[in-house]
Write a protein that binds this ligand. Structure first.
Ligand SMILES: *Cc1c(COP(=O)(O)O)cnc(C)c1O
Length: 368
């Protein structure tokens, strides 16, 4: 029923030369370089979404009283476009990102964007900047759709009436150069990420702002990432940094794969959701349940918990090698990547990069 608003194409007249672009693509890192263009779509109450444009990547001019700067209505998504074996480009479940953006929008009292407009915006940017999609293996073009309040005013009695939706694109190297490296995690007992009825389920900027101090503490303790516990009992494992968590109980074909159930305080990851299906495809028993920090520690000590990994768009799957709390420390899977973690990682990456069939219809061609 919704009508797709046309995206006006006004691309950069001065894109980077092929040589300059190739130099960046040789070592893009993550989120450091951006393509030649971006997409912007405006929203005003009464008028709806309007003025959709693809234009040169450039700084924004914003009123200092723009409401996002004061009251933080800001949400985002992250997805990747991968080069396929035939040279075409496809992204992984962009419809799921579009749907989640709208769930986040509802929680933050922001306007929903028609899913087809989300896809059209991402598609237009990939099409224009297609030469920025890397050619090799796990390298990708990371896409960052986001939305924030632009209405000018310091009144805080109601949500903003004006917003901007944007899409940026940034080439991303393979997350783990020279092999996947297990991380050491810090179980945060001092801070919580989200509370019942709060914004934990929304992909909103504020969740990240509130997590920075815990991440800093984790780094001070010699850890790479924070593992969040439930806000009420501070006992049940929720998620890790910008990753959901998976646990493996047992070994071989009889292993059970476990992930914390979506309680409303953790972020419903699209990678998490996809791995539920992949684990079943591989013949494992899969359970969404609760797992406590004691069960994790004791399971590693008695050998019943054999592997633990995080999952999210950026790194796909990250093995956990060590875990620490203020008064305990333990090793997971001998500090190495376990075999089921490696198997699940390969199964997912092979679908994303077109090396394996796509039985769930997850891949969506872009830019063609
Ligand atoms: C984005 C995000 C994830 C992972 O979600 P994916 O859709 O798999 O990328 C997990 N936790 C948090 C807090 C996130 O913001």
């Amino acid at each position: 029923m919704t009508q797709q608003i046309p995206i006006e194409l006004k691309p950069s007249a001065h894109p980077l030369s092929a040589a300059e672009r190739e130099k960046i693509l040789a070592n893009p890192g993550f989120g450091r370089y951006f393509t030649d263009n971006m997409v912007t779509i405006k929203y005003s109450e009464g008028r709806g979404w309007h003025d959709a444009q693809l234009s040169p990547y450039a700084p924004l001019t914003m009123d200092p009283a723009a409401m996002v700067l004061h009251y933080g209505q800001s949400i985002f998504e992250g997805l990747k476009a991968y080069r396929q074996p035939d040279g075409s480009v496809a992204s992984f479940r962009p419809d799921a990102n579009a749907a989640r953006l709208n769930r986040s929008a509802r929680r933050m009292a922001m306007p929903e964007l028609p899913e087809e407009t989300f896809i059209a915006a991402v598609d237009a940017l990939v099409k224009q900047d297609i030469d920025w999609v890397p050619q090799a293996g796990e390298e990708s073009l990371y896409l960052r759709p986001f939305m924030f309040a632009t209405e000018v005013g310091l009144g805080v009695n109601s949500p903003a009436k004006e917003y901007l939706f944007m899409v940026l694109a940034s080439p991303a190297g393979a997350y783990f150069k020279g092999g996947v490296k297990p991380v050491t995690v810090w179980l945060s007992e001092d801070y919580v990420r989200a509370a019942p009825g709060g914004t934990g389920e929304a992909k909103c900027s504020g969740n990240y702002a509130g997590a920075m101090l815990a991440t800093q503490q984790a780094v001070e303790k010699g850890c790479d990432q924070v593992v969040w516990l439930d806000p009420t009992e501070r006992r049940w494992i929720e998620e890790m940094g910008s990753n959901n968590l998976y646990f493996v109980r047992g070994t071989g074909p009889d292993a059970e794969i476990i992930t914390p159930a979506l309680t409303g305080t953790l972020l419903p990851g699209i990678t998490r959701d996809s791995l539920l299906s992949i684990a079943q495809d591989l013949g494992y028993k899969v359970t969404e349940t609760r797992i406590s920090k004691e069960e994790w520690q004791e399971g590693c000590a008695d050998g019943s918990i054999t592997e633990v990994f995080g999952c999210g768009t950026a790194a796909v799957i990250t093995p956990v090698g060590h875990a620490k709390t203020a008064d305990a420390e333990w090793t997971v899977a001998g500090g190495e990547m376990g075999p089921i973690t490696a198997q699940m990682r390969k199964a997912l990456v092979d679908i994303q990069t077109g090396q394996a069939p796509d039985p769930h219809g997850w891949m969506h061609p872009l830019g063609s």
